[in-house]
Design a protein around this ligand. Structure first.
Ligand code: CMC
Length: 430
């Protein structure tokens, strides 16, 4: 890492220098770790607009070019040439598996896909109409109470077992959340199926008749998983890292990430986007909603548009639009009302000065809701699908943090703007 460049700061006539660090790609960063000691000042960067919270070698996004790389590989190539488990292996281990490693990893993940039987009791503690993300937060957090055989997180082998368990068990947990909500019996995993086909079996199969997943739809869902697998230091990943920085149990940290992902500004956007399309209802009303999205006095935003990092386009959105056409074609839904509406909304927004000027492009969530709806996944489950896939990224980022020699507990500073020091008055004087 090149630290020869320096950044100079002049504070009250005193000049202080800070090293500039250079990564493989992307913006250089000023190493201000000594700022407080040298000047007595902290930086203020609410929302982390200009702050790198860590060094990472997992994922890189070039927001201006619209580029996303996992371990250096472009997302387009990974989505085209690899399946989700190969991508999971890549994220976890840093390299793609060869044929033997791929088979071994698939078999290993299969052997971890069942949940401890007692975990099924957790589901019955929830109301049937509970949001499945609420169930996910609870059940994934509860994994921390079940796997005591691999709890020494300073041991690489124990960490690896926990990572494999998470990758393997998330589909089972998500499918069980769905079945519980529907009032249908839980389906056990089938080891003769691949990762994504097995997930579809657990979601849509019943004990009454056999379910044969459609390979085109399996492939589409698998690509959705790949597109959501990691996205560098976003809100939920930073949540997992911050929770994990105290040395907390990784299953509990992933539960914290799921809680963060649930919000409509993050992973909840695909659900919010589909609800928005339903609300707009018809192409004739698009103009009215575009007008609302531009109105400063209206809190309405076009869901599925805009991104903190992508200021050109979201490469995942392009791939998702392609998957969307394939799935709708396979199911004979090319004339789907919501798909047509989404296309029209996208066309109008992309020509509108407000969206062009603010560089607001469709993001991954714009089309993923339509694809998932076509696959038969109900709206309330969309964010669970995102969580299933992102678990791979979260736990890989957790592992990277835990093994970083520079790792410290996360502890941001603040600018205190509350009451100045004062004494507690007696009760008759308050
Ligand atoms: N519709 C209308 N105006 C928008 C939108 C939108 N979707 N997104 C941003 N703007 C405006 C915003 O009002 C602001 O205007 P001004 O400069 O006049 O104050 C300007 O664009 C910059 O937006 P921002 O909110 O300051 O940007 P941000 O980086 O803080 O927020 C965002 C990014 C994704 C939270 C935001 O664009 C948004 O809320 N989009 C809708 C929700 C959504 O689709 N989220 C999914 C993100 S992708 C999946 C994921 O990674 O989780």
């Amino acid at each position: 890492m090149n630290t020869e460049r320096k950044a100079t700061l002049n504070v009250d006539g005193k000049t202080v220098e800070f090293p500039v660090m250079t990564g493989t790609h992307g913006n250089d960063v000023i190493d201000i770790r000594t700022l407080g000691g040298k000047t007595g000042l902290f930086t203020y960067d609410s929302g982390f607009l200009s702050t790198a919270s860590c060094k990472s070698s997992i994922t890189f996004i070039d927001g201006d070019k619209g580029e996303l790389l996992y371990r250096g590989y472009p997302i387009e190539q990974l989505a085209e040439q690899c399946n989700f488990l190969e991508v999971a292996y890549l994220l976890k281990n840093g390299e793609l598996p060869n044929a033997t490693e791929k088979t071994e990893f698939e078999n290993l993940i299969k052997r971890h896909s069942m949940l401890h039987d007692q975990m099924t009791k957790f589901y019955s503690g929830f109301r049937r109409d509970a949001h499945p993300m609420a169930v996910m937060v609870g059940v994934v957090g509860a994994l921390s109470a079940f796997y005591h055989d691999a709890m020494d997180f300073s041991d690489a082998e124990h960490r690896s077992i926990s990572i494999n368990r998470l990758i393997a068990k998330l589909p089972t947990i998500v499918a069980m959340a769905y079945k519980y909500n529907k009032g249908e019996p839980f389906m056990y995993p089938r080891n003769d199926l691949g990762y994504t086909a097995n997930f579809m079996h657990m979601m849509f199969g019943t004990p009454c008749e056999s379910y044969e997943p459609n390979p085109v739809l399996v492939r589409a869902l698998d690509v959705i998983f790949t597109l959501h697998a990691d996205h560098e230091q976003n809100a939920s990943t930073s949540t997992v890292r911050l929770a994990g920085s105290s040395g907390a149990n990784p299953f509990a940290c992933i539960s914290a990430g799921i809680a963060c992902l649930w919000g409509p500004a993050h992973g909840g956007a695909n659900e919010a986007c589909l609800n928005m399309l339903e609300e707009i209802g018809d192409v004739s009303r698009v103009g009215e909603y575009i007008k609302r999205a531009k109105d400063k006095d209206d809190s309405f935003k076009l869901m599925g548009f805009g991104h903190r990092v992508y200021k050109n386009f979201d490469p995942r959105a392009k791939l998702m639009a392609k998957v969307c056409s394939e799935v709708l074609g396979e199911l004979g839904l090319e004339n789907d009302r919501l798909f047509k509406l989404a296309k029209e909304l996208e066309r109008i927004a992309l020509e509108d000065e407000y969206f062009v000027e603010k560089k607001l492009y469709p993001n991954v969530d714009f089309y993923s809701g339509i694809v998932q709806k076509a696959l038969g996944i109900p709206t309330s489950m969309f964010t669970c699908i995102f969580a299933l896939a992102r678990t791979v990224g979260w736990i890989t980022q957790w592992e990277e943090m835990i093994t970083d020699p520079e790792y410290k507990i996360g502890r941001p500073r603040q600018l205190y703007v509350g009451a100045a020091r004062r004494d507690v008055p007696s009760i008759d004087k308050r």
